[in-house]
Design a binder for this molecule. Structure first.
Ligand SMILES: CC(C)(COP(=O)(O)OP(=O)(O)OC[C@H]1O[C@@H](n2cnc3c(N)ncnc32)[C@H](O)[C@@H]1OP(=O)(O)O)[C@@H](O)C(=O)NCCC(=O)NCCS
Length: 241
């Protein structure tokens, strides 16, 4: 049975493990079946990609690791919990979410993000800069229903100290490459509160286009929340990025 809905955990990004039926739904998104990697019968992880998915820009795709010019995108580790809790407790990082996260909720989120790799074969990777955890970037599947779901979303959350260096955009481009070239998706979306201009700038930097007709009221937010109105961005597999 599904867990009860917890607002701050699900407002923007898909933070909870997905039911298996989503795999089926994803195959209707334009990805050529069996393009969405799935856990094998034993539940064993299916590798995220292969070196053949590389597109230059200093990236290469390893079995569970994506390297960019400056960053490493990898599966989650125990040692990520402390710096992840610190960024989730930072009101500036969490400005466009309903609340900061307690240590307990942050740890639970890290566990779920890691579990999603087992479930789907892709997810929100832990991002490392010079061996230090700085946040996450990657692909997720929104759990709420809207006119554009089911879909795969690209998302990011970095520690405040890591803003302003182009790291989110660099990691997000690698995530898009992975989604299009390794997973085989035909389109990836992103969305955020209208007022989250930093996040919108990342979307624009990586070549996503605002779809004004797609803007929507986030169903998980209160009617009177200033964060409720969301913008929708899209990018197709053949669009420049
Ligand atoms: C959204 C978020 C990831 C954006 O981080 P960011 O560092 O501003 O984004 P980028 O990685 O694209 O970096 C761009 C900035 O780095 C600068 N920069 C420096 N070197 C750069 C380089 N080599 N390449 C690109 N940009 C570079 C750019 O000028 C730009 O700075 P500016 O915004 O002051 O003009 C960050 O604000 C964040 O984690 N926010 C909290 C979580 C959140 O809201 N997530 C999204 C929910 S929808």
């Amino acid at each position: 049975m599904e867990r009860p809905f917890v607002l701050e955990e699900r407002t923007h990004l898909c933070d909870a493990p997905l039911p298996r039926r989503v795999h089926t739904a994803l195959q209707g998104l334009g990805s050529a079946p069996p393009a969405v990697p799935q856990a094998g019968p034993s539940g064993a992880h299916v590798p995220l990609g292969s070196p053949s998915g590389a597109r230059g820009r200093g990236r290469r795709y390893g079995e569970q690791v994506i390297e960019t010019e400056r960053l490493v995108l990898r599966r989650w580790r125990e040692s990520d919990r402390e710096p992840f809790a610190a960024l989730n407790a930072d009101p500036e990082v969490m400005e466009y979410f309903p609340s900061t996260l307690t240590r307990e909720r942050s740890d639970a989120l890290a566990d779920r993000l890691e579990a999603e790799f087992e479930e789907r074969g892709f997810g929100l990777w832990a991002v490392e800069l010079s061996g230090e955890f700085i946040g996450f970037t990657g692909l997720s599947v929104p759990r709420f229903t809207a006119h554009f779901t089911p879909c795969v979303e690209v998302g990011w959350r970095l520690a405040r100290s890591a803003w302003g260096h182009g790291y989110a955009s660099e990691a997000a481009r690698a995530a898009l490459d992975h989604g299009f070239e390794t997973v085989g998706l035909r389109e990836i979306t992103s969305f955020t509160a209208v007022v989250n201009t930093r996040s919108r700038r990342v979307m624009e930097r990586i070549g996503m286009r605002h779809d004004p007709d797609g803007d929507f009221d986030h169903p998980a937010l209160a009617q009177d929340s200033p964060l409720r109105r969301h913008v929708l961005y899209r990018i197709g597999a053949d669009d420049p990025r």
